[in-house]
Ligand binder design. Structure first.
Ligand code: UFG
Length: 334
C-alpha cells in the first residue's frame, strides 16, 4: 500500500512517515520545504532502513500533484501540509486562508480526478474553541478564535460535504492536542528557527542557552497551580495514531473525527519541572501576562479513538521531555 504524505518532512509528518514505513507501507512525500529541511528525508530513511519518494513541490500546484499521482499508485493520502502559527495567522489571515484552503482544495480535486478517495486530515483541538467542560469529546460544539483554527474548521466542513456528496470517500479527521517529544534516535524532532511560539520549543531554547528565560503566560488560571493546562502527547504516539487511521480508512468508508490526545492535563509549570528533572538542566522562568486567546485548560477524552481505531497514547510526560531534549543535543545527525 502506498501513502502520499503532504508535509511529510515536517515535525508530525516525518514521525508519521517513520511509523508508516515500519508498519510496511510505502511512502511518497510532497513538501515545499517552507518550514522544514530536505535532510529529513534521509533521516527517515536512516531510521527505517527503507526508501522514500520525495517531491519538492507545493501542494497548491495541481500539475505537480497530477505528476505524483501519475507516477505512483497512491492508495491513500495523509494531509499535513499547511501554515500553523496561531499568532501569524491573526496578522496575515489572507495568507493563511489562501494557502491552507487552496492546497487542500487542489489536493482533493486531484484525488477525485484519480479516484483516490481516502484521506486522513491534520486537524487540531483548536476547533473546540473554549470548551464548556473537560475532557473534550468529539461531539462538543466547534468554534475558533483565530484564522489558523478557522482554516482547520473550514476544511473539516469541506471534507464532510465531500463525503455527503459521494459516499465512496473515506475520511479521518484527526484532532491533535499538543504534540511534543521526538523520535528516540534523535534524528528527527522539532527545533524551530527564531523565537518559538509554543511552550516546549521555548523550554528547549532556554535549556540550550539560546534564550535566557521562559515567559510563563499567566499564573491566575483556574488550574491546580494557576498556569495553563494542556494535553501533551508524544509525537511518536501521535504518528502511530495516523497508521491506525490509515488502516481504518483503507477498510471502511465514512467521515469521522477522532481526538488524538492522552486524556491527561499538565500545567506549564508541570512541564517545566518535569523537563528540569529528567534532563538535569535548569530552566529559568518568569511569570508574565496572560497570552491573548489562551484558555485555562484543554485535554481530550481519547476513548473514541480507542474504540474505533484501537489506538491510545502510551508514552508519558517524562519520555516526552527526555526525547525532546535528546533531539537538540544530538550532534551526530548532520
Ligand atoms: N506558554 C507559555 N509560554 C510560552 C509559550 C506557551 O507559558 O512561551 C503556555 C501557554 O500559555 C499555554 C501552554 O503554554 O498555556 C501551551 O502553549 P502552546 O503555545 O505550546 O500550545 P497551545 O495549546 O496554545 O496551542 C497548540 C498549538 C495550536 C493548536 C492548539 C490546539 O500550537 O496549533 O495547541 O489546542 F491549535
Amino acid at each position: 500500500m502506498k501513502i502520499l504524505v503532504t508535509g511529510g518532512t515536517g515535525f508530525i509528518g516525518s514521525h508519521t512517515c517513520v511509523e508508516l514505513l515500519d508498519a510496511g507501507y510505502e511512502v511518497v512525500i510532497i513538501d515545499n520545504l517552507s518550514n522544514s529541511k530536505k535532510e529529513v528525508v534521509s533521516y527517515i530513511e536512516r531510521i527505517t532502513g527503507k526508501k522514500v519518494s520525495f517531491y519538492e513541490n507545493d501542494v497548491c500546484d495541481k500539475d505537480a500533484l497530477r505528476k505524483i499521482f501519475n507516477e505512483n499508485n497512491i492508495d491513500a493520502v495523509i494531509h499535513f501540509a499547511g501554515y500553523k502559527a496561531v499568532g501569524e495567522s491573526v496578522l496575515k489571515p489572507l495568507m493563511y486562508y489562501r494557502n491552507n484552503l487552496d492546497s487542500t482544495l487542489s489536493l482533493l480535486e486531484v484525488m477525485d480526478e484519480f479516484k483516490v478517495k481516502k484521506i486522513a486530515f491534520s486537524s487540531s483541538a483548536t476547533v473546540y474553541g473554549k470548551p464548556n467542560s473537560l475532557p473534550i469529546r468529539e461531539d462538543f460544539p466547534l468554534s475558533t478564535t483565530n484564522p489558523y483554527g478557522t482554516t482547520k474548521l473550514i476544511i473539516e466542513g469541506i471534507l464532510r460535504d465531500l463525503y455527503n456528496s459521494d459516499n465512496d470517500w473515506s475520511i479521518a479527521i484527526l484532532r491533535y492536542f499538543n504534540p511534543i517529544g521526538a523520535h528516540s534516535s534523535g534524528l528527527i524532532g522539532e527545533n524551530p528557527n527564531g523565537i518559538p511560539n509554543n511552550l516546549m520549543p521555548y523550554i528547549i531554547k532556554v535549556a540550550t542557552g539560546e534564550l535566557d528565560c521562559l515567559g510563563v503566560f499567566g499564573n491566575d488560571y483556574d488550574t491546580h497551580d494557576g498556569t495553563g493546562v494542556r494535553d501533551y502527547i508524544h509525537v511518536v504516539d501521535l504518528a502511530k495514531g495516523h497508521v491506525k487511521a490509515i488502516k481504518k480508512i483503507l477498510k471502511d468508508n465514512g467521515c469521522d473525527a477522532y481526538n488524538l490526545g492522552t486524556g491527561k492535563g499538565y500545567s506549564v509549570l508541570d512541564l517545566v519541572n518535569t523537563f528540569k528533572k529528567v534532563n538535569d538542566v535548569d530552566i529559568k522562568y518568569q511569570i508574565k501576562e496572560r497570552r491573548k486567546g489562551d484558555i485555562d485548560a484543554c485535554y481530550a477524552d481519547p476513548s473514541y479513538a480507542y474504540e474505533k481505531l484501537g489506538w491510545k497514547a502510551l508514552k508519558d510526560i517524562n519520555e516526552m521531555c527526555k526525547d525532546a531534549y535528546n533531539y537538540v543535543k544530538k550532534e551526530d545527525r548532520k
